[in-house]
Design a protein around this ligand. Structure first.
Ligand code: AN7
Length: 380
């Protein structure tokens, strides 16, 4: 018997839980199967008895969790005969759409806010050959235009209002349950459009014996697209906790926000597309929303990079920033198992990282003595 363990992506792995036919041509880049890393140093530094894991979604093929949704959305678009996809994006969706369209041999149109997306993401959209349309407006303007234009041009929307996106993204919850042998007590995520927090909840519910919604068949979130597999694997579901950037926090304000601002450009979103779903997730899971200042977000990003060796983009660090605040206050009690999703890779946004970096950067003569004293002066 040949030794075959090649991982070929989340659709193959979870085929029986996704709306896929036997003969569907799968468009994959090997997404999913990302590491769940236990934080070793931060719990000690904060002096709390908590088990914190980070799900490092930045290690997906295009560097964010969007690949989980995009493999499904593009696979289904191609199956349905579409020749072009379109999205509005704060950067990561456009990077994923561009890559999966390239893989499928179709065209991607991406609408991005002029000057407000991180450099790595722009490079990806351009490099993968998508048609980049910068609009003089923000993500919410772009989203409105995408919905309008899709009624007049032959393009498939691949934003998370496409239900296949959430179907792909729910697999992150499957992976977590399979690795921990149970659901965590708390699952913390950054919230923009709130698609991902909804997708995770769908995933946890499908895995839980406690899910009345799913036992009867159609689930309340997926418009009949998910296949509830029936078998109870775990008995618990997490409290879902969604954190927003303070300048871009419609779930905290209780209404849409018109001019969102935050250093975490990925979640600079004032009109979340999954508004109703997210409130339902909060209610059903006994979770909550909260907000983090830009300062706290960047501090959490740095802490993770310096103390654990894990580099995520600013928006992603919002999950840890929020969790640390709720652990400090006791809202998340000691003894808890917590998963924070790190939605995107730190290399997506090198400018913000370098700007806030305080690590010594020394320039010396190319001579032994100079290098030697630079070392000896900086030993800790
Ligand atoms: C790194 O790319 O909306 O709450 O257009 O890139 O599911 O919207 C990005 C969202 C969190 C928020 N972290 O997820 C886009 C876009 C990162 C992100 C979110 C995004 P949702």
């Amino acid at each position: 018997m040949p030794f075959r363990t090649r991982y070929t992506g989340l659709i193959e792995r979870y085929r029986d839980r996704l709306p896929i036919h036997d003969d569907t041509r799968i468009i994959s880049l090997g997404e999913g199967n990302t590491p769940l890393i236990r934080l070793n140093n931060i719990p000690r530094i904060i002096g709390k008895d908590v088990d914190i894991y980070v799900k490092y979604e930045g290690l997906n093929p295009t560097g964010s969790f969007k690949d989980r949704g995009m493999t499904m959305a593009v696979t289904k678009a191609v199956e349905e005969g579409s020749r072009a996809i379109i999205c509005a994006s704060t950067g990561n969706t456009s990077a994923a759409a561009a890559a999966y369209a390239a893989r499928a041999g179709i065209t991607a149109f991406v609408l991005i806010p002029d000057g407000k997306i991180a450099m790595g993401k722009l490079a990806q959209a351009m490099m993968h050959g998508s048609v980049v349309i910068q609009i003089k407006g923000n993500f919410d303007d772009g989203m409105r235009l995408v919905k309008e234009v899709a009624t007049e041009a032959p393009v498939t929307i691949v934003n998370s209002i496409n239900p296949y996106r959430l179907q792909g993204q729910k697999t992150a919850a499957f992976e977590i349950v399979e690795e921990l042998g149970r659901a965590p007590d708390y699952h913390c995520l950054p919230v923009g459009n709130a698609g991902n927090i909804t997708a995770h909840w769908i995933g946890y519910c499908e895995y839980s014996s406690a899910s009345g919604d799913h036992v009867t068949g159609a689930c309340a979130f997926c418009e009949g697209h998910c296949k509830y597999a029936g078998g109870a694997v775990v008995g618990n579901r997490p409290h879902m906790v969604g954190y927003q950037a303070a300048g871009s926090a419609p779930f905290m304000r209780g209404h849409m926000v018109d001019n969102p601002e935050t250093v975490a450009t990925a979640i600079r979103i004032g009109h979340p597309q999954s508004w109703d779903y997210a409130w339902k997730v909060k209610e059903e899971s006994g979770g909550w929303f909260d907000e983090c200042s830009d300062e706290k977000i960047l501090a959490a990003q740095k802490l993770l990079a310096e103390k654990e060796g894990v580099f995520c983009e600013p928006a992603s660090a919002t999950s840890l920033a929020g969790a640390l605040a709720d652990i400090a206050s006791g809202k998340i009690p000691e003894g808890s198992t917590i998963v924070c999703t790190l939605t995107g890779h730190g290399l997506k946004d090198p400018d913000t990282a370098i700007k806030q970096s305080t690590a010594p950067m020394l320039t010396v003569e190319a001579e032994l003595d100079a290098v030697k004293s630079a070392i000896l002066d900086n030993m800790t």
